[in-house]
Design a protein. Structure first.
Length: 323
């Protein structure tokens, strides 16, 4: 389906939980957050119903997020059902990787095509400090288990933060050179708790200077429908990508909307505007009625975000949005 700016919207990011087994600093405040009550969270049956409705509107790509999606009980059965829906061409998962060592092969068997793994540092002490717990060796093991399982392409999401991990960028570059991994360097976005770290922002241009790559060779052979710009330097088994949400935002080609764990449809990550689909699911609304609300939300998707001008400090933090 097209929105009023003639963008083709066919990509739905679905948060299945706000819960997470880590407490990363730019995602969650130090005091934590109040978890959503269980009866506020959409059931898997409700999510599958919305997936079917969205397919009628032309959605073909579905990314499952959280919180951490793998902590939700019954996730494998849900993924198996979702993968079998007629019209689903790409079923993806974004995860912090902590549970991948045990679950990578099960995810592949359930029908998940590929995974994005969030990893901002490979230093054990930095990882524990930033995530307020956890063991980075589990994430690294999960990355290679995902490769073994065939969850390709395996993409690593690295949010670059000044004074935290800029010195590690060459280490991530080595990963992409030695293994068929796709490292995506991401600009820090001022959403929720991360809005307190505006001075820690590093632009894509500065990242490229820090990497000291002599020549960037664009490549188009990386599966995906997102905003990353990919390059494959000479001799690399994998690739590197850059996601410039701030310095050169990609709103003009944005193809996605987000569904929060409590059933709110967000046409734009940065906008506070949400459309309540949970009430429609539970008050007896027909599929046609819900489809109409869904379509209207897409039509009114904003032209662009305003993160360059203002931080977003709403009631939700990133783990509750499913960014």
């Amino acid at each position: 389906m097209q929105d009023q700016f003639l963008r083709q919207i066919d990509y739905l990011r679905i948060s299945v939980t706000d819960r997470c087994n880590l407490r990363c600093k730019y995602c969650m405040p130090v005091e934590g957050i109040q978890w959503m009550p269980h009866d506020s969270i959409l059931s898997f049956e409700e999510i599958l119903r919305l997936m079917k409705i969205s397919i009628q509107l032309g959605f073909r790509r579905f990314r499952i997020t959280g919180g951490e999606p793998l902590v939700r009980k019954g996730i494998l059965d849900f993924l198996r059902e979702g993968a079998q829906l007629p019209g689903v061409e790409d079923l993806m998962l974004t995860t912090n990787g902590m549970l991948l060592p045990e679950m990578a092969f099960d995810l592949k068997a359930a029908g998940v095509h590929r995974v994005n793994i969030s990893l901002d540092t490979m230093d054990p002490e930095r990882f524990r400090d930033n995530a307020r717990g956890g063991d980075v060796s589990s994430v690294i093991q999960g990355i290679f288990r995902s490769l073994e399982a065939g969850l390709n392409p395996v993409k690593i999401n690295v949010v670059v933060v000044r004074g935290f991990n800029t010195d590690e960028l060459p280490n991530f570059l080595t990963l992409a050179k030695q293994y068929p991994l796709h490292i995506r360097f991401i600009e820090l976005m001022p959403i929720g708790i991360s809005s307190e770290h505006r001075n820690d922002f590093v632009s894509i241009q500065e990242m490229k200077e820090l990497l000291e790559i002599q020549e960037y060779h664009p490549t188009q052979d990386i599966t995906g429908g997102g905003p990353a710009e990919y390059f494959r330097p000479n001799g690399f088994k994998g690739s590197i990508g850059f996601i410039s949400a701030m310095s050169r935002h990609f709103c003009g080609t944005c193809n996605r909307v987000r569904l929060t764990a409590d059933g709110k449809l967000r046409p734009c990550l940065h906008s506070k505007h949400e459309v309540d689909l949970r009430t429609s699911l539970r008050n007896g609304s027909t599929d046609a009625m819900i489809l109409d609300r869904f379509a209207k939300a897409i039509w009114h998707k904003p032209a662009e975000h305003h993160m360059n001008d203002e931080a977003w400090q709403g009631e939700r933090v990133m783990s509750q949005i499913g960014g």
